[in-house]
Design a protein around this ligand. Structure first.
Ligand code: COA
Length: 431
């Protein structure tokens, strides 16, 4: 079989090379197309465009497969934890015991923010969205660090320290963002706590009372971080790569990822799911009226937490998280009417030809919101939790761009459909 593609354009035949990935996924390499033919490819929304080659994460959307560095997500969810998985994503293999210790020690060492950053938090009005504070403060961290200000792309001797700083400090900033949004005093991280319990401590302790961290709550949250740790070239990761390609520093690039993640069609979906369930509940509907509305394009409603650009069979993360959701709720002895509605919606949608024909299945956001609600995470923090989880994936992709000797700035083209040449009309002559 030929490993070249033939393209006929304007009566001429052009040959394009093809490339095959390690999982046999194939691409036609069009990088020389414009130079050779004068044409570009057009792929609105990038549904058929491979923007890079990458070794980090493999997804087969038709089969419902997700693997970090080759390891199935199901195995990691059962046997690993968020910090070990973060190491795996960023450095390419599971850490040895000494490597894990060094990484954990670096995280603990760099978890404190520069004291003066506290004054920046004070500048945000109470009620600000924590995602706005998070992206601003990750970027603002550059002003407090010489290395970030004078970033030497690919030549930073202490890149590992910046990796640890970002993973550790994003959690501190995230907790402070919430405390600030609620007008509560900031709580410092504790050196003796592990990553996820420390986050719960900063989120919920008071100066006069330590928060009682239940192991099952910390475990469920750690699993949510792990399941979100990477998802190949989605909107926010592509944003991080785009910014990184201009050689912006690690913090600035990942702050851009936070902004991309905020939208309701991406990371904001878990918040949107909960809001949808709460609306259904307060309207007295059991979900059936909403299903009908979600199928009607004029209703402006969608079944949030359903559908995925890549998964067209099932989202493997949704299967894992659904199980965790049932466990957490039964261990904490919580019965949640919103969970009952979610289950009814899922059952009805999976039988409904509209959803079946369009291959719309529950995605990870459908159940993560319910777990977070059960463990006391406020709704406006849901997307922030996603951002903390996704940080290792963003860093791994940043590192990949940085270490690629031939990497060049991302600069897509367009097909212009606006006016052809036009003249400036002075203000008093305009109609
Ligand atoms: N509820 C109802 N209809 C939906 C739907 C949903 N959640 N998601 C997709 N559809 C419909 C579309 O209207 C479209 O219908 P049509 O073919 O009759 O026009 C069809 O299914 C294909 O959807 P499309 O928007 O082309 O899919 P996409 O790949 O561009 O978008 C999502 C994927 C995730 C953005 C989309 O499914 C969505 O908005 N889901 C809800 C938000 C969400 O949960 N996001 C989190 C993703 S992890």
């Amino acid at each position: 079989m030929s490993n070249e593609a033939k393209l006929e354009l304007d009566g001429k035949t052009f040959t394009l090379p093809t490339i095959t990935g390690s999982e046999q996924e194939r691409a036609v390499d069009v990088s020389s197309l414009r130079a050779n033919t004068g044409y570009i490819t057009l792929d609105d929304g990038y549904g058929n465009t491979g923007s890079c080659v990458s070794k980090v994460t493999f997804i087969d959307g038709d089969k419902g497969i997700l693997r970090y560095r080759g390891i199935p997500i199901e195995e990691l969810a059962e046997k690993s934890n968020f910090i070990e998985t973060a190491y795996l994503l960023i450095y390419g293999s599971l850490p040895t015991r000494p490597q894990l210790k060094t990484f954990s020690d670096l995280l603990a060492e760099h978890q404190f923010l520069h004291e003066d950053m506290k004054y920046h938090f004070q500048g945000f009005p109470t009620g600000s969205h924590p995602m706005a504070i998070l992206s601003s403060m990750i970027n603002a961290a550059s002003c407090f660090d010489e290395g970030l200000m004078h970033w030497q792309f690919g030549k930073m001797k202490q890149f590992d320290i910046y990796v640890a700083k970002l993973i550790s400090q994003v959690r501190t900033i995230a907790a402070y963002s919430y405390r600030k949004s609620q007008g509560l005093p900031l709580i410092y991280p504790k050196q003796s706590y592990k990553y996820t319990p420390n986050f719960l401590h900063m989120l919920f302790s008071m100066p006069y009372e330590e928060f009682d961290i239940k192991p099952e709550v910390a475990k469920a949250l750690d699993l949510i971080f792990l399941l979100h740790a990477d998802h190949e070239q989605n909107c926010s990761t592509s944003t991080v790569r785009m910014v990184a390609s201009s050689q912006a520093n690690l913090f600035a690039s990942c702050a851009a990822g936070v902004c991309a993640l905020w939208g309701p069609l991406h990371g904001g979906a878990n918040q949107a799911v909960l809001e949808m369930l709460a609306d259904i509940h307060s309207s007295g509907d059991d979900g059936s009226k909403f299903i009908t509305a979600a199928k009607d394009k004029n209703s402006g409603k969608k079944l949030m937490g359903f559908g995925h650009r890549v998964y067209k069979n099932h989202d493997p993360r949704a299967t894992i998280i659904k199980k965790s959701c049932d466990e957490v709720l039964s261990r904490l002895n919580i019965s949640d009417p919103l969970l009952d509605i979610a289950k009814k919606l899922e059952e009805a949608a999976l039988k409904d030809s509209y959803f079946v024909e369009r291959k719309l299945y529950p995605n990870v956001d459908f159940y993560s919101g319910i777990i977070m609600r059960a463990i006391g995470i406020p709704v406006e923090m849901f997307t922030v939790i996603f951002a903390i989880g996704r940080m290792p994936g963003w860093i791994a992709n940043y590192k990949e761009i940085m270490e690629e000797p031939k990497s060049r700035i991302y600069r897509p083209r367009q097909i212009y459909t606006g006016k052809t040449i036009n003249s400036y009309v002075p203000l008093d002559q305009r109609k």
